[in-house]
Design a protein around this ligand. Structure first.
Ligand code: PLP
Length: 324
């Protein structure tokens, strides 16, 4: 087992989604509330950070360095944790991965919260290398005499995945034996952790990652890398056959929601009072709904939807739900 700091509120709730189940006509749907990991808006990254940052503190770091797009939930969770731990936080903010979809995109939602948490923001152009600018920033800070600790893009690495494996143990401890756990997959660490964790405590449960980056091959390759690394850290074998990344539900591009995403967000809000987001969890649920409608499961199956968080980004996409 990997030690954690105890920052995240674990275990997160596992709740039935009775109204969404009835609306779709089955299978039995559940939601694992990773949006309730704490620090107000929660999110899947806090579970990873809880394990990764133990290493940061043990190394004597005084500064967390990370990065992501303007509305990155990952950066917001890093900034929140840095504030709580009394560490400085420097973030490489990538511009150009997507065209800003609204005026609010640049300054509201997660972009506002990063500022409020006191993070120092460094604007950099997106060049497709997720971690390059983060490492360059860390080097600069080191040259200035700081002790930076690099939190990778999406908090995705072998250690984060090894920590994230704990989620499968939580679901198993509830007594539920789901046919599948379905979630959106981006930088890959969440799915890698789920696959490794399910292998040890939910061996009959399929982990289904919905590609939301419109890069299913890249996502699959990253999941395999992190899962292999996590398995090594945990001293267990890794079965690559267990990695399933489903393409076709990302909409036109990363960060650009399509009609199915908007429908999923509305259904979650109006049937289950859950707040999903247009970039990640909304596309994840859209993918799950599409698989259900295609007849992948029967009414006797239990399917867990992993709510990975992201609600602050809703405010950056106000135009979708409250147009002028
Ligand atoms: C709300 C939300 N859900 C899901 C993900 C994807 O998780 P991962 O990057 O571990 O695949 C992210 C990460 O960027 C996220 O912010």
């Amino acid at each position: 087992m990997i030690a954690r700091l105890g920052l995240a509120q674990l275990p997160t709730p596992l709740e039935p989604m009775k109204r969404l189940t009835a609306y779709l006509g089955g299978p039995r749907l559940w939601v694992k509330r990773e949006d309730c990991t704490g620090f107000v808006f929660g999110g899947n990254k806090l579970r990873k950070l809880d394990y990764v940052l133990k290493e940061a503190l043990d190394s004597g770091a005084d500064t967390l360095v990370s990065g992501g797009v303007v509305q990155s939930n990952s950066q917001r969770q890093v900034a929140a944790v840095a504030a709580k731990l009394g560490l400085a936080c420097h973030l490489a903010v990538y511009h150009g991965r997507l065209a800003p979809p609204s005026a609010e995109y640049e300054l509201s939602g997660n972009a506002l919260l990063n500022r409020l948490y006191g993070a120092v923001l460094h604007d950099v152009p997106w060049d497709g290398d997720r971690n390059g600018a983060i490492h360059a920033l860390a080097e600069r800070l080191r040259a200035e005499g700081r002790k930076p600790y690099v939190v990778p893009y999406g908090v995705s690495n072998a250690l984060g995945a090894a920590g994230y494996a704990s989620i499968a143990d939580e679901i198993a401890a509830s007594g539920l034996r789901p046919t599948a756990i379905v979630h959106c997959s981006g930088s890959g660490g969440t799915q890698a952790g789920l696959v490794i964790g399910a292998q040890r405590t939910l061996p009959d449960t399929r982990i289904v990652g919905i590609d939301i980056d419109a890069e299913p091959e890249r996502v699959r390759a990253d999941v395999l890398t992190y899962a292999k690394g996590a398995a090594e850290l945990l001293g267990q074998l890794f079965d690559a056959e267990r990695v399933e990344v489903v393409a076709g539900h990302a909409g036109p591009a990363y960060g650009v929601p399509h009609e199915a995403t908007v429908e999923a967000i509305r259904l979650a809000a109006q049937l289950e009072a859950l707040l999903l987001d247009p970039v990640y969890s909304g596309k994840g649920l859209a993918g799950l709904i599409a698989l259900i409608r295609a007849g992948r499961w029967s009414v006797d199956d239990d399917i867990v939807f992993l709510h990975t968080g992201g609600a602050p980004a809703l405010f950056a996409y106000r135009h979708l739900f409250a147009p002028e």
